[in-house]
Design a protein around this ligand. Structure first.
Ligand code: URA
Length: 233
């Protein structure tokens, strides 16, 4: 059994306050009877919940954005470490959410989750060259030669060749880095290859999606429009 309002927000139909208004407007029925009380306990397995007469049994996909704090590994489970899954609200526990790509344990910032397997594969495919923007604090200070080396495509210590990337020096020991791929420890290794080891890293943006004012550790649902924009549609 779960609260009706939690069930509704887990269906991706809106934020908690939007769900409240939807309930107040009498647009939701449980087993055919209008229900306005979000605190009502329902059993989504056996009861029929409908919005504007349309049954919510064919559950829509969910795409969540997390502002990941440092100290959590990007994995669905781990024997020793705390995982990013622990940061998701409990109302999504019945969904098979998986992280879209990964951030290192020490990296903060924008991390998406979805239960739509096709979308997940499209988003993490190397063909999907969505720009990812990182804020980095690092040793040393980036200069023109570093900017040019990033633009030409760096070769990392182990010979890995990177796609052209954009390095924007922000001041002493601070830069913004934009990459279009997601190799292991990519930004850290790129900066290290230029003698500027990273001391703090946060992803601020992915495609047209930005963290905005989502607080550290905060989670929000993406709208279908945001998901379509992410896929370049
Ligand atoms: N690049 C990194 O080095 N680490 C991340 O977590 C993401 C990009």
């Amino acid at each position: 059994m779960e609260r009706l309002d939690k069930f509704l927000s887990s269906q991706g139909i809106g934020t908690r306050s939007q769900v409240k208004n939807i309930l107040k407007a009498g647009r939701v029925t449980v087993d055919g009877v209008p229900e306005g009380d979000g605190g009502r306990k329902i059993d989504p397995q056996s009861q029929r919940v409908a919005l504007d007469g349309e049954e919510l049994t064919k559950v829509r996909r969910v795409v969540l954005m997390l502002n990941k704090p440092e100290g959590f590994v990007t994995a669905t489970e781990d024997a020793r470490e705390r995982t990013v899954m622990e940061l998701l609200p409990r109302e999504y526990a019945h969904r098979k959410l998986r992280p879209v790509g990964r951030l290192d344990k020490a990296t903060e910032g924008l991390l998406l989750f979805t239960d739509d397997g096709d979308l997940l594969h499209r988003l993490i495919s190397p063909k999907n060259e969505v720009a990812k923007i990182y804020y980095a604090r690092h040793e040393g200070t980036a200069g023109e030669a570093d900017v040019a080396a990033f633009r030409e495509g760096l070769v990392l210590a182990d010979g890995t060749r990177c796609l052209p990337a954009w390095l924007e020096p922000l001041g002493p020991g601070e830069s913004r880095v934009t990459v279009r791929e997601g190799k292991y420890h990519q930004v850290r290794r790129m900066m290290a290859s230029r003698g500027m080891p990273v001391t703090y890293l946060a992803r601020q943006q992915e495609g047209g999606l930005a963290l905005g004012d989502l607080p550290r550790g905060g989670v929000r649902l993406l709208t279908e429009e945001e998901v379509a924009a992410l896929e370049g549609k």
